[in-house]
Design a protein around this ligand. Structure first.
Ligand SMILES: [Fe+2]
Length: 233
């Protein structure tokens, strides 16, 4: 560990990640705005760490978690656009292509961390978190899941609940010329399927995810009132 590891330049790292996201064609059309999502994962991780029991909080390497949060999805900038999106929506190969991003993130994140002066030890530990950030549930042995990885995985999940879960269908719809009315109807259907996934690692995150879902439901209820019109019946 060196002084950069203990005191990372979070904003500088975030700007580097945003540069990559902005260059990638699949993010400039709005379906997945990673500049927003990455920032949310970073902030969610800070919140989760602040709520850890004292003994765990003392053990948790917060800078390692937060740097990993900022860089965990940079590999999305290298995914192949035509395998993600078709003319009218997601391509058949979407899921398969999506799964490649944690691995794709590792070499890019390593390069960025090195440029910012992080130690080899820190870079290796962060690479482990980034490589495994989608390995939830039984996709990896529970004993191999470090506290820092648990926090990062939870921050990643809950960042998709609440306001983010509400707003993303609108930005996605914009790419495919879907109207606001259609996007609200989509949210109504999506809302009934929402639940807290069994993939969450930490007790606080489970509670917090439920609260975020309530916010999302409230937002959808408000949006539904907006399309209650005789013109649409
Ligand atoms: Fe990811």
């Amino acid at each position: 560990m060196n002084s950069v590891d203990e005191n990372p330049d979070y904003k500088g790292l975030y700007n580097e990640a945003c540069k990559l996201f902005k260059k990638a064609v699949h993010f400039s059309h709005g379906p997945f705005d990673e500049t927003f999502f990455t920032m949310r994962v970073f902030e969610s991780a800070k919140l989760i760490i602040s709520k850890l029991p004292k003994s765990e909080k003392n053990k948790c390497n917060e800078p390692l978690v937060l740097v990993s949060c900022i860089l965990h999805d940079v590999g999305k900038s290298k995914m192949i656009f035509s395998r993600l999106f078709g003319k009218n929506g997601l391509a058949e190969t979407f899921r398969e292509e999506w799964r490649t991003h944690p691995k794709l993130s590792v070499p890019i994140a390593k390069r960025i961390m090195k440029k910012f002066g992080h130690s080899d030890e820190f870079i290796e530990q962060s690479s482990f978190i980034i490589r495994n950030h989608d390995n939830r549930g039984d996709r990896m042995d529970e004993k191999d899941r470090t506290l820092e990885l648990k926090v990062m995985q939870d921050a990643d999940l809950i960042s998709d609940y609440g306001f983010a879960g509400f707003i993303r269908p609108f930005t996605f719809g914009g790419k495919y010329r879907r109207s606001i009315i259609e996007s609200i109807k989509f949210l109504e259907k999506k809302e009934s399927r929402l639940e807290v996934k069994g993939w969450i690692n930490l007790p606080f995150t489970k509670k917090y995810a439920k609260e975020e879902l309530k916010i999302q439901h409230r937002l959808v209820d408000e949006a539904l009132k907006e399309i209650n019109s005789e013109l649409l019946k």
